[in-house]
Design a protein around this ligand. Structure first.
Ligand SMILES: [Fe+2]
Length: 195
């Protein structure tokens, strides 16, 4: 049970979060829609993983905000339809750190799991991800979950410039990268329970 003061802080942080997500929607509706779908997928997956109500809320919030740092990515990079140059790619790869900084600025006391999801959702199971090159179970659990949902949604969704893959093709890709990019247990559980 939250105190009145804690409840007020929670509400003002939620308002701030939605202000920034509205900005993201104006900047890149594709990214905003992806974040919204990820929050929905997180809700479904949370039940399959047996998370508590509090953990479910943390996962949904982290997935909803995971790409908030793209507010700092130049629009010319974010909305580019062709392949990114090395310089553009480096700029894009800053978004987890930029997102974590932004979230810390609008949450008086940000939940650590939400923060970790934003900061580490591009880490890879084999340690080849970014920003920190964490590997295996050193990657926070909710960030590992977000990585699977993020990849699945990115593959199956239509973009302005390409049609999304079929669900079965996306499953093949998840399986192919299970144990290198993704936590193999989470991939198995996601495919079994959410698709
Ligand atoms: Fe991302």
């Amino acid at each position: 049970m939250l105190t009145a003061k804690e409840e007020k802080h929670k509400q003002s942080s939620a308002t701030q979060a939605s202000v920034y997500m509205e900005k993201l929607q104006r900047k890149s509706s594709c990214t905003f829609k992806h974040c919204t779908r990820l929050a929905q997928l997180a809700d479904t997956f949370a039940a399959a993983l047996g998370l508590s109500a509090k953990e479910r809320d943390q996962l949904i919030q982290g997935c909803y905000l995971h790409d908030i740092g793209k507010l700092s990515t130049p629009s010319s990079v974010l909305n580019k339809e062709q392949a990114l140059s090395d310089q553009e790619w480096n700029s894009m790869k800053k978004h987890p750190v930029q997102g974590a900084r932004l979230a810390m600025s609008f949450y008086e006391e940000i939940d650590n799991r939400v923060l970790e999801t934003i900061l580490f959702h591009h880490e890879r199971w084999d340690g080849q991800g970014y920003p920190n090159g964490l590997s295996g179970e050193n990657i926070p659990y909710f960030a590992r979950i977000c990585a699977v949902l993020d990849a699945y949604d990115s593959m199956v969704s239509d973009r302005c410039y390409r049609k999304g893959l079929s669900s079965s093709h996306a499953i093949d890709e998840l399986m192919r990268n299970s144990g290198t990019q993704f936590d193999p247990i989470l991939v198995r559980c996601f495919i079994k329970s959410c698709i």
